[in-house]
Design a protein around this ligand. Structure first.
Ligand code: 2NL
Length: 343
């Protein structure tokens, strides 16, 4: 019994000396003294060994001990809640926040958006379509029948044979869908990713990005084509830019022309970008082939149209002097970071 009294004194001293001040420590205190297997329970268990004549006296001592522990715990709990609250309230809200790392817009998206906004200014709508196409929308409707030699230049990846599903080689397939569902006048540009079966190098990749345009109405002429594309390059490259058209061939246009702009890098004095010619090629264009119009039930005697297609990589290369196409898709942070803040 003496022993029990001594134990209680030791616990009391321990409790009085307890300095824990955070929630975890106070919880450990509760478990140690007041838990299901805690010391208070153990001490109480000793009651059964106390002789009957002392039970009353001891009962009171033990009860007081229990109240002491409970009170100590309550005080500790209140104190920690207070200090932890204080820490919260003492927080300096004027401190700068953690920096949020924002990415950068991809150069191809920057250029694509610029191209799209320029054409939107002069009344072109924007259309998008699927990257997996059927043979008709990608080739057939574009005056490229099966076995046509021009298909060689646009070999692609075949997803399925019979029926043929392939990765589109140009966004003309989107314009095909527009012609299928809309009547002239049609004035649309189609940005998107396209695919070609090419060996990957600095100058060729198995996918690239295009913006194609199509304008069909009565009395649309080659003069409209020239003026529209001239407006575009002036907006894109500045008022000083000169243009020239060279005859070319595309199965879906007749006549066809490629457009060059004066080399802005050397001001046409001659450099390796323009291969010392003073001119750089930027797009292909032409008057929509009557067969293409008739494929969609558009009367080619009543309506004419022009179309053009450009590679976004090519325009970005001229604007940002990117000399290796592969940089666009390698996700090299050192390359991408250079476009920080450009929108
Ligand atoms: C290039 C050349 C071109 C077209 C695309 C086109 C579309 C329709 C009808 C006729 Cl729906 N033509 N598109 C015309 C000429 C050239 O692209 O070098 N692209 C990267």
């Amino acid at each position: 019994m003496e022993e029990l009294l001594q134990k209680i004194e030791v616990y009391k001293a321990e409790i009085a000396a307890f300095t824990g001040s955070n929630t975890d420590e106070v919880e450990a205190f509760r478990i140690k003294y007041l838990g299901t297997n805690g010391l208070v329970k153990t001490v109480m268990g000793e009651m059964k060994n106390v002789p009957n004549e002392n039970k009353r006296e001891f009962g009171q001592i033990l009860n007081n001990f229990k109240i002491f522990v409970q009170d100590s715990y309550d005080i500790l709990k209140e104190k920690t809640a207070e200090t932890e609250n204080k820490i919260e309230h003492n927080f300096d809200w004027s401190l700068p926040g953690n920096p949020v790392v924002v990415g950068t817009r991809h150069p191809l998206n920057i250029i694509r958006n610029q191209i799209v906004s320029i054409f939107q200014k002069i009344g072109f709508a924007v259309s998008e379509g699927p990257e997996i196409e059927d043979d008709w929308h990608n080739f057939g409707a574009m005056n490229l029948p099966e076995d046509h030699p021009a298909r060689d230049m646009q070999d692609t990846f075949y997803v399925n044979q019979n029926p043929i599903w392939l990765l589109r080689t140009h966004t003309s397939s989107v314009q095909a869908r527009v012609m299928q569902h809309q009547k002239p006048p049609i004035r649309v540009i189609c940005p998107g990713r396209v695919y070609r079966n090419e060996t990957i190098s600095a100058r060729a990749h198995c996918f690239f990005h295009q913006v194609e345009g199509l304008y069909i109405d009565e009395n649309v002429s080659f003069a409209d084509l020239k003026q529209t594309l001239y407006f575009f390059v002036q907006e894109m490259f500045g008022k000083d830019v000169k243009v020239r058209f060279r005859p070319s061939y595309f199965p879906f246009t007749e006549p066809s022309a490629e457009m060059d702009i004066s080399c802005l890098i050397c001001e046409s004095k001659g450099c390796n970008v323009c291969k010392h010619s003073g001119w750089v090629e930027i797009l292909g264009s032409g008057m929509v082939h009557p067969n293409v119009l008739e494929n969609f039930g558009i009367d080619s005697n009543k309506y004419t149209g022009f179309a053009f297609g450009m590679g976004v990589e090519r325009i970005a290369q001229l604007k940002y002097r990117v000399n290796d196409l592969r940089l666009y898709s390698q996700n090299d942070i050192r390359f991408l970071k250079q476009f920080m803040g450009v929108v």
